[in-house]
Design a protein around this ligand. Structure first.
Ligand code: NAP
Ligand code: MG
Length: 487
């Protein structure tokens, strides 16, 4: 076996970059470990400015032919990639779980089918993408979505392949070419995606994958003058850095960032449903950007809500994410575990009380935690923990609920539990968030826009919004036949 192949959960994964249709190795590597048991999975090619430049050059060279490829053919290739994802679904699920520690059952049933759906959805949407012409004084205004050029897509580790393909699929559908930089803590499924794309017949250079540390390959990618779009999902500090780097060329950016989203529980809510929604926030060990980590409960029902919440949380099983019965897996990395622990320790020192949890588990696990007696201006209420840590505060009325809900620098999502439709309409209208859920969580149509307000992001992706971002949108105005009057 080539020294560049590693076997993870029985699946062969190439550890090299994928540039211009070829596997390219770097002389240096970085080590990828499994959060399940700390075992070393692979030595991954550690990209430098050289590989970053080569990948952008490959994407630039492939762009004219891909942009000129008829929409129907681009859509066919995206469906072929989706077929490949479905064929290798079990392998992708196993590798992803081993690499980032998220639940195998979620990868099998939810995440990997969604990866395939990302490709099918944008392939189909591309074929329907159209706009009725506008007419002004007899002149038609015809809107088209023209391919923009090479895109740099940078993604995090919490849902690696899902978030990567949420960008790769619309970019390819739009007629753009791609350089994908996966997160260093979970790079493996991006490499499998490169194999799948090649097998599907995607032309060389249309999708490139560069691996490495963000601090090393980030700038050479994001500051590159030939890059026409940058889409990034990750943290606010990295986003600031990328925005500054992209500023040199005024490269358009889409930023999907962190959150500190609220769950508002009104006294008129179905409390069982509300407690269920709250417990759902421990999914993926709390490593979810959208997670409603601030539970705000109307005072008269706080005790009853907490009782039901605690009951449901006690039933959660923490353990090996490959086991069907596990609900909460490990934290991605010892560094992340330290970070979570630090947040909770400081909160407890400041007077918070742990209703459940409040400490680490064995190994790389953090015990699901609910903290109460927290101040609105405290770190634990204001900053994203990105772990299984929720806070609970009470409110007296609708005004206070909205005030607390909106009082952070984030605005990614919000969830409202209420039995009163009029209240739902009033409250949702006042919440600052890219997505608001009423009596539900996480469900959303890919046709709808997705993104964050304030520090939770810049721009929206999804449906036509994705094409608006990945394309140069053009309006062609044509005079009516025989038109002479330009006065
Ligand atoms: P991160 O540290 O910002 O890293 C995200 C990606 O950026 C990684 O691929 C990272 O590479 C790369 N990167 C780091 N420094 C860079 C630089 N100077 N230039 C270019 N790229 C660079 O975020 P994370 O800790 O992986 O992810 C967690 C964050 O993502 C949380 O804040 C979460 O809320 C957010 N998130 C948001 C959404 C959303 O849709 N809104 C979804 C999921 C997650 P390395 O891994 O090599 O450092
Ligand atoms: Mg890993």
């Amino acid at each position: 076996m080539s020294t560049h192949l590693t076997t993870v959960a029985g699946v062969a994964v190439d550890t090299r970059h994928f540039i211009g249709g070829e596997r390219i190795a770097s002389t240096e590597t970085f080590t990828d470990v499994s959060p399940i048991d700390g075992s070393v999975l692979a030595e991954i090619s550690r990209g430098t400015a050289m590989e970053a430049a080569a990948a952008v050059a490959a994407a630039k060279a492939a762009f004219p032919a891909w942009a000129a490829t008829p929409r129907a053919e681009r859509a066919r290739l995206l469906h072929a990639i989706a077929d490949g994802v479905e064929r290798r679904l079990e392998e992708l699920a196993l590798v992803e779980t081993t690499d980032n520690g998220a639940l195998l059952r979620s990868h099998r049933r939810g995440v990997m089918p969604r990866v395939a759906h990302n490709f099918r959805f944008f392939a189909n949407w591309l074929l329907e993408l159209d706009h009725e012409d506008f007419t002004t004084r007899g002149h038609t205004n015809h809107v088209t979505w023209d391919p923009a050029g090479p895109c740099v897509l940078i993604t995090p580790w919490n849902a690696p392949l899902m978030l990567a393909t949420w960008k790769v699929a619309p970019a390819l559908a739009a007629g753009d070419t791609v350089v994908l930089k996966p997160a260093e803590w979970s790079p493996l499924t991006a490499s499998l995606l490169a194999d799948i794309a090649a097998e599907a017949g995607l032309p060389a250079g249309v999708l490139n994958v560069v691996q490495g540390y963000g601090s090393e390959v980030g700038d050479p990618l994001t500051a590159h003058p030939d890059v026409r779009r940058i889409s990034f999902t990750g943290s606010v500090p990295t986003a600031r850095h990328i925005a500054a780097s992209a500023a040199a060329n005024l490269t358009p950016l889409s930023l999907e960032l962190g959150g500190k989203s609220p769950l508002l529980v009104f006294a008129d809510a179905d409390l069982d449903l509300a407690a269920g929604l709250a417990v759902e926030q421990y999914d993926n060990a709390g490593q979810v950007c959208l997670a409603a980590t601030r539970i705000l409960v109307e005072a008269p029902v706080a005790e009853e809500f907490t009782r039901r919440f605690t009951e449901k949380a006690a039933a959660l099983r923490q353990g090996d994410p490959r086991e069907e019965s596990t609900d909460i897996g490990p934290t991605i990395h010892p560094r992340q575990l330290e970070k979570i622990d630090g947040f909770v320790r400081r909160a407890l020192e400041a007077g918070a009380r742990a209703v459940i949890g409040g400490h680490r588990g064995e190994g790389q696990y953090y015990v699901p935690t609910l903290l109460t007696d927290v101040r609105q201006d405290s770190e634990i209420v204001q900053e994203e923990v990105f772990g299984p840590v929720l806070t609970l505060q009470t409110f007296e009325d609708e005004d206070e609920a909205v005030r607390l809900a909106n009082d952070t620098r984030f605005g990614l999502a919000a969830t409202v539990a209420t039995g009163d439709a009029e209240r739902a309409a009033r409250v949702t209208a006042r919440l600052v968030a890219g997505t608001v859920w009423v009596n539900c969580f996480f469900v959303r149509d890919l046709k709808a826009p997705f993104g964050g307000s304030r520090h939770s992001g810049v721009g929206r992706e999804g449906g036509t919004w994705s094409f608006d971002f990945y394309c140069d949108v053009k309006n062609t105005v044509t005079a009516p036949k025989g038109f002479k009057d330009h006065g």
